[in-house]
Ligand binder design. Structure first.
Ligand code: XLS
Ligand code: NI
Ligand code: NI
Length: 455
C-alpha cells in the first residue's frame, strides 16, 4: 500500500476565507480565531470518527462497498491492514488539521480467534495509535467498544437473555475503557448498540432494564477503580438497529439513570440524526441535557427529513446548527466533549478527496454556526426577551408560589376577588425568529472577541 494515501492533498488544508474558490480550503474555520474568549478550535473541539470514514466500505443493504479503502480487502493480513488504515486516518486528520479522533475497539484492531487474541491485537494497535498521536499532536475525544457487529450481540449485549454475552461485553468494555485511559481519552462513550428489542413477544423488559442498569453501574465502578478521569457518556438513539432502543432520547436516558442512581456518573453524547429520528429538533436534545446537567458531547451529522433512518450525512445547515450551538454557548461551552463527525459519505463519493470536501463543508458549517451563536449571545436581545417573559416570577406572587408557602385556597381566594385576573401576553415567536435570521444573514461575520474578554 502507498506511503501516502491522500497524496492528492498536499499539506494542511488552509483557511481561504469566504471568497476562496479552492474547494480544498476552509471558508470560515480558523482554528486560532478568538470566539467568546476561546480559540475556535477549542470551542468546537472537532473529532474525526474512524468507523464511517475509514472502516466502512460504502456498502448498503442492496450493494457492496463502493469506496477506495484498500485496507478493507479481506485477503490482506489483518494486522497489516489495520496499520495501513491507521496510517491513512492519521494522515487525513493531520491534513485536515483538527485536534481529535474517536474510535471503537474494532475500528482499529481486528477481532482475533478468541478474546486473548483480540486483546493482543487491540493493545498492539493502541500502541500504534499512541505513536501517531505523539507524532501529530492529535488527541482522543472518546473511545468506545463495538458491542453490536459480532453475531454474539444479535440479541443485545448487557440486555442479552444469555448472561455469558453480558460477561463477554463486560470484558470488552473493561479493556476498551483501559485503552481509552491509556490514550488519555477525554470521554468514554456507550451507544446502546442492540440494547433494545425486536419483539415484545420474546422480551422481558423488566429483566433487561435491570441487566442494563447493572452493566452501567459496573462500567462506572471500573472507571473509578482504574482512575479514568474522562467523562462517561451515553448516546441516545430511538431505533435502528433494533425496532425499539432503550436509550430512546435524552429524557428517556436521564429517567433511566435517575431510576438507578446513576445520573451522577453519566452524561450524554447527543447525535443530530438520532434526535430527528426521535421526533425532536437537535437543539431540543441539547437544551434538555444542559438543563439537567447531562450535556457531554455531540455527534455532528444530519438526517434526511424524507426518510426514517440514520443517514449520517455531513451537516450543512447553519440555520439548524446555530440554534444548537447557541444552547451550548449559553451554558458555557464544552467541558470534556466536542463535535465528533459521526458522518458517512454518500456511496457515490468515491474520490479520496471527497472525504476532505465532506469534512471541510461540515466543519465550516459548524464554524459559521459558532459565529452566529456568538452573535446571538453578544446581541443579547434573545436572552433579555426570555428573561422579561418570566420576570413576574421574581415578583411577590411568583416567589410566594415557588416558596411553597401558598396553598391552592389562597390563590383561589385572590382569583375569586378579582385581584388576580391575568391578561394573555405575546410569545413573540416570529420576532425572535427574525432576530436569529438577522444574525444568520448579516453579511459581516461577528466582530472578533479577544481572549479573556467576555461580553
Ligand atoms: C450509531 C451511533 C454510533 C455511535 C458509536 O448510530 O451513532 O456510530 O456513535 O458507537
Ligand atoms: Ni454516533
Ligand atoms: Ni448514528
Amino acid at each position: 500500500m502507498e506511503d501516502s494515501f491522500f497524496s492528492g492533498v498536499t499539506g494542511r488544508i488552509p483557511y481561504g476565507g469566504l471568497d476562496s474558490v479552492d474547494p480544498l480550503s476552509f471558508h470560515v474555520y480558523q482554528p486560532d480565531r478568538m470566539v467568546l474568549g476561546k480559540r475556535m478550535e477549542d470551542q468546537l473541539r472537532i473529532a474525526i470518527c474512524l468507523w464511517h470514514s475509514f472502516n466502512w466500505p460504502g456498502s448498503d443493504v442492496f450493494g457492496a462497498g463502493t469506496f477506495d479503502r484498500p485496507w478493507l480487502d479481506s485477503r490482506l493480513e489483518p494486522m497489516l491492514a489495520a496499520r495501513a488504515k491507521l496510517d491513512a486516518a492519521f494522515e487525513f486528520i493531520s491534513k485536515l488539521g483538527v485536534p481529535f479522533f474517536c474510535f471503537h475497539d474494532r475500528d482499529i484492531a481486528p477481532e482475533g480467534r478468541g478474546f486473548a487474541e483480540s486483546r493482543a491485537n487491540l493493545e498492539a494497535m493502541v500502541g500504534a495509535a499512541e505513536e501517531h498521536m505523539a507524532r501529530t499532536g492529535v488527541k482522543l475525544l472518546w473511545g468506545t467498544a463495538n458491542l453490536f457487529s459480532h453475531p454474539r450481540y444479535a440479541g443485545g449485549a448487557a440486555t442479552n437473555p444469555d448472561p455469558e454475552v453480558f460477561a463477554y461485553a463486560a470484558a470488552q468494555v473493561k479493556l476498551m475503557l483501559e485503552m481509552t485511559k491509556r490514550l488519555n481519552g477525554a470521554n468514554y462513550v456507550l451507544w446502546g448498540g442492540r440494547e433494545g428489542y425486536e419483539t415484545l413477544l420474546n422480551t422481558d423488559v423488566a429483566r433487561e432494564e435491570a441487566q442494563f442498569a447493572r452493566f452501567l453501574s459496573m462500567v462506572a465502578e471500573h472507571k473509578h477503580r482504574i482512575g479514568f478521569k474522562g467523562a462517561l457518556l451515553i448516546e441516545p438513539k430511538p431505533q435502528e438497529p433494533t425496532k425499539h432502543q432503550y436509550d430512546y432520547d435524552a429524557a428517556t436516558v436521564h429517567g433511566f439513570l435517575v431510576r438507578h442512581g446513576l445520573d451522577g456518573e453519566y452524561r450524554l453524547n447527543l447525535e443530530v440524526n438520532h434526535a430527528t429520528l426521535a421526533g425532536h429538533s437537535f437543539h431540543h436534545e441539547v437544551a434538555y441535557a444542559i438543563t439537567h446537567g447531562m450535556f457531554g458531547s455531540v455527534d455532528a451529522n444530519r438526517g434526511d427529513y424524507q426518510n426514517g433512518w440514520d443517514t449520517d450525512q455531513f451537516p450543512n445547515s447553519v440555520d439548524e446548527l446555530s440554534l444548537a450551538v447557541y444552547e451550548v454557548l449559553r451554558s458555557g461551552g464544552f467541558e470534556t466533549g466536542g463535535f465528533n463527525f459521526d458522518t458517512k459519505l454518500r456511496r457515490q463519493s468515491i474520490d479520496r478527496a471527497d472525504l476532505f470536501h465532506a469534512h471541510i463543508g461540515g466543519i465550516d458549517t459548524l464554524a459559521k454556526a459558532l459565529l452566529v451563536a456568538t452573535a446571538m449571545i453578544e446581541d443579547g436581545r434573545l436572552e433579555q426577551l426570555r428573561a422579561e417573559r418570566y420576570a413576574s416570577w421574581d415578583g411577590e406572587l411568583g416567589r410566594s408560589i415557588l416558596s411553597g408557602d401558598v396553598l391552592f385556597e389562597m390563590l383561589a381566594g385572590r382569583v375569586e376577588t378579582g385581584e388576580i385576573d391575568p391578561r394573555p401576553r405575546s410569545g413573540h415567536q416570529e420576532m425572535l425568529e427574525n432576530i436569529v435570521n438577522q444574525e444568520i444573514w448579516s453579511a459581516d461575520q461577528p466582530a472578533v472577541v479577544e481572549a479573556g474578554e467576555r461580553r
